[in-house]
Ligand binder design. Structure first.
Ligand code: NAD
Length: 345
C-alpha cells in the first residue's frame, strides 16, 4: 500500500484492454486512484464509469481535470504521438505504452515535445518491474554469471485476423498504419528494453528477418532479431503472432562464463513464472526467489508514482533510451527490406 503522499491521481487516455485488465488493477493494487479516463468509445467510457472514474470523450477535458496528476496513454500505437504532445504541452507527467509510436518520426516528435516541456515521461515497459527480472538484474550485477556473453528471448502468442483485445474493439494490430508493423513492433520492444535493463547497456547493432507465415494479414506474424550490445553481448529475440498460446512461448535466458539464468513465463503482463540459476562449474541448478504475487503493472505504477514525488528517482527513466529502442525496431524492419546490416538509421 502506498503512503498517503504517494497516492497519485491517474488519468488514462484509451481505456481498452491493457488499461482495463492490467493498469486499472495495478493502480488499485498500488494504492493510487484512477480519477478519469478519456476515450471516444462509449463502451470504454461506460467501463471506466463502472470503476468509479470520470469518463470524457476528449483529451482536453481530461487535461482540465484538476485531480489528474499523471496520465497513462494506452491508445492504439499511431495515436500515442498526439496524446503525448498535448499532455507534454499541458505539463502533465506521462507514462506512455510501448511501442512509443507506429512511426519513427512520431517517436522523435514525442521526444522533442517531452524534452521541450520538461515533463516527467516514461515509456510503460512494465517488464522492467517484474520482480523476477529485478532479481535477474541483481544477480548479474553481483557477478554470478561472470562475463555475460549472450541473451536469448522467446516472446510469442497467437494473434489471428479475428483476434480482438476485448469484445467490440478493433483489431488495429494487423493494420500497418495503426500498428506500424506486426509481431516485431508489438512484441520486440519488451525484449530489446529488457536487454538494456538486465545488462545496463543497449543493443547497438542488429539485423532481423521477418515472416508472414501462418496468418492471412499484411503485417509480419513472426520475426527473428539478432543484435549485439556496445560491449559485445550477443542477443537473439524470437517474437511471433503465430504460436498457439498453449505452447511454451515466454522464455528469457542470460548466459555468462560462470553461469546461466533462465526465466520461464515471466515475460508478459502478469505476476509469477520461475527464474533458475545454473552454476557453470558444477551444473547445479537452483530457483531464484522473488515475489511471485507482485504484478509488474502494480510495481510499474508504484515506481512511476514514487519518481513523480521524488525527482531523484527519475534517473531510472530515459526518453533517449526509449527513442533508441524505437530506432532499433525501425532498423530491424529496414534491415529486412534492404538485406543490409541495420546500423544506418
Ligand atoms: N505493456 C503491455 O504489456 C501491453 C499490453 C497490451 C497493449 N499494450 C499497448 O497498449 C496500447 C493499447 O493496446 P490495447 O490492446 O489496450 O488496445 P485496445 O484496442 O484494447 O484499446 C485501445 C483503446 O483506445 C481507445 N481510443 C481510440 N482512439 C482514441 C483517442 N483518440 N483517444 C483516446 N482513446 C482512444 C479505443 O476506443 C480503445 O478503448 C498499445 O499501444 C499497445 O501496444 C501494451
Amino acid at each position: 500500500m502506498a503512503m498517503d503522499g504517494d497516492r497519485v491521481g491517474w488519468g488514462i487516455v484509451g481505456y481498452g484492454w491493457v488499461a482495463r485488465d492490467y493498469m486499472a488493477p495495478g493502480i488499485r493494487a498500488a494504492g493510487h486512484r484512477l480519477v478519469a479516463v478519456c476515450d471516444p468509445g462509449e463502451g470504454s467510457r461506460a467501463a471506466a464509469e463502472a470503476e468509479g472514474a470520470r469518463a470524457y470523450a476528449t483529451l482536453d477535458r481530461l487535461i482540465a481535470d484538476p485531480e489528474v496528476e499523471a496520465v497513462y496513454v494506452a491508445t492504439p500505437n499511431h495515436l500515442h504521438r498526439e496524446a503525448v504532445a498535448a499532455l507534454a504541452a499541458a505539463g502533465k507527467p506521462v507514462l506512455c505504452e510501448k511501442p512509443m509510436a507506429a512511426r519513427l518520426d512520431d517517436a522523435e516528435a514525442m521526444a522533442e515535445a517531452v524534452i521541450a516541456s520538461g515533463v516527467f515521461y516514461g515509456t510503460a515497459f512494465d517488464q522492467r518491474h517484474h520482480p523476477g527480472h529485478r532479481a535477474m538484474r541483481a544477480a548479474i550485477a553481483q557477478g554470478r554469471l561472470g562475463t555475460v556473453t549472450a541473451i536469448r528471448i522467446v516472446y510469442a502468442c497467437w494473434l489471428d485476423r479475428r483476434w480482438t483485445s476485448l469484445p467490440g474493439q478493433d483489431n488495429w494490430r494487423i493494420d500497418p498504419k495503426q500498428a506500424g508493423g506486426g509481431a516485431l513492433i508489438d512484441l520486440a520492444p519488451h525484449g530489446l528494453d529488457l536487454v538494456d535493463f538486465l545488462l545496463g547497456e543497449s543493443i547497438a547493432d542488429l539485423f532481423a528477418l521477418t515472416q508472414a507465415r501462418a496468418q492471412d494479414y499484411e503485417v509480419d506474424d513472426g520475426a527473428l532479431i539478432i543484435g549485439r550490445t556496445g560491449s559485445g553481448v550477443l542477443a537473439n529475440l524470437h517474437v511471433a503472432y503465430n504460436c498457439p498460446d498453449a505452447l511454451p512461448r515466454r522464455r528469457l535466458e542470460v548466459i555468462g562464463t560462470k553461469g546461466q539464468l533462465v526465466a520461464v513465463d515471466t515475460m508478459g503482463q502478469t505476476a509469477g513464472g520461475t527464474v533458475t540459476f545454473t552454476d557453470g562449474t558444477t551444473g547445479a541448478s537452483e530457483d531464484i526467489a522473488f515475489d511471485r504475487d507482485a504484478s509488474p503493472f502494480a510495481e510499474q505504477v508504484r515506481a512511476f508514482g514514487s519518481a513523480l514525488r521524488r525527482p531523484a528517482e527519475r534517473d531510472a527513466y530515459s526518453i533517449a533510451r526509449d527513442l533508441h529502442t524505437a530506432r532499433l525496431v525501425m532498423r530491424a524492419y529496414a534491415s529486412e527490406q534492404t538485406g543490409r546490416h541495420g546500423t544506418d538509421l
